[in-house]
Design a protein around this ligand. Structure first.
Ligand code: NAD
Length: 287
């Protein structure tokens, strides 16, 4: 197996987890990590997650065959701009792990338009409400979808090369355009986070009137709001990055709530039964 120099930039939950899987899947690869603060760097060396750490991004980047950026999306775009100024290896392959894809893919196509740099957007669709390298987990991505976004900066062979680097994630790789990715994840991930946070907020507001309310938050409420404990930094960024699709979902959902409200006001119990029965059948059929 060919040896490679891998640079994991950003040793948080996702960067740390990717570093673990790449190193265990390819013991002969040299896995280096950039992180600005020292504690995660020390942790990654002590835990043998990586072979080398530094706070000097440029020095690691010029030695790398594969670079994976694991920052908030806007920061990853800043790092793409830095990469464009560096004397990188000729065949370097760059990817990221951000939760939205159109912004970064568009930025990469612009930043690297006159350069022979290969870029493939990536989104491992597994995570946790925990953050930081301490929470990183080699099994985090197992059986999860790992979306790779095609662009003008990559060929099918490049995607295969990246999959081979990431083989030990044991994720299910799929290729989508950045637009497809952002539209679908708005429905299944981004908008549900808005709903979860709103449900918690709503219960808290009502507890001002009836203080015991929150004590009655049992299984259903807890299942639906677990993701409300996620990082506010990350979710603010996602809403700013994928605004159009999320606003569209809010409009669609508001209409669905308005429709149910009308059924209740009009005492249409048969229609209400159909509404729940339809959802129950659809949920049971979901892949
Ligand atoms: P994290 O908070 O655990 O790690 C973020 C990393 O960014 C850290 O290494 C931190 O040092 C670095 N960082 C932040 N600000 C910085 C700055 N100004 N300068 C230099 N470094 C800085 O976050 P994470 O969960 O690993 O998320 C990383 C990316 O992965 C995000 O784009 C997120 O959208 C995406 N993602 C997250 C999840 C999840 O559930 N956590 C799942 C899939 C994808």
């Amino acid at each position: 197996m060919l040896e490679k120099n891998i640079l994991i930039a950003g040793l948080g939950l996702i960067g740390g987890s990717l570093a673990r899987t790449i190193k265990s899947g390819h013991p002969n690869y040299h896995v280096a990590a950039y992180n600005r603060s020292q504690a995660p760097r020390d942790f990654a060396i002590q835990e043998r997650i990586v072979d080398e750490v530094s706070d000097d991004f440029a020095t690691l980047a010029v030695k790398a065959d594969v670079i994976i950026l694991n920052f908030p999306v806007q920061l990853s775009i800043q790092f793409l701009k830095i990469l464009a100024t560096l004397p990188l290896k000729e065949n370097v392959l760059i990817s990221d792990s951000g939760s939205t894809k159109l912004e970064i893919v568009t930025a990469a196509e612009e930043i690297f338009k006159d350069k022979a740099i290969r870029f493939i957007g990536g989104h491992p669709m597994a995570g946790s409400h925990k953050s930081g390298v301490i929470a990183s987990d080699e099994l985090l991505f197992e059986n999860a979808y790992y979306i790779l976004t095609t662009s003008t900066l990559s060929q099918p062979a490049d995607v295969e090369e990246l999959k081979e680097v990431l083989v030990n994630t044991r994720a299910k790789f799929i290729e989508l355009t950045a637009k497809e990715h952002d539209a679908m994840t708005a429905v299944t991930s981004h908008f549900p986070h808005v709903v979860a946070a709103s449900l918690v907020d709503n219960a808290h507001d009502f507890a001002a009137i009836m203080p015991f309310t929150e004590n009655l938050a049992a299984g259903g409420f807890r299942d639906m709001t677990r993701i409300a404990e996620s990082s506010p930094d990350m979710w603010t960024e996602i809403l700013m990055s994928n605004s159009d699709h999320i606003v569209y979902q809010i409009d669609q959902f508001s209409q669905k709530l308005a429709d149910v409200k009308q059924l209740i006001l009009q005492r249409q119990s048969a229609e209400i039964w159909n509404f729940f029965d339809n959802a129950r059948k659809l949920r049971a059929q979901m892949p």
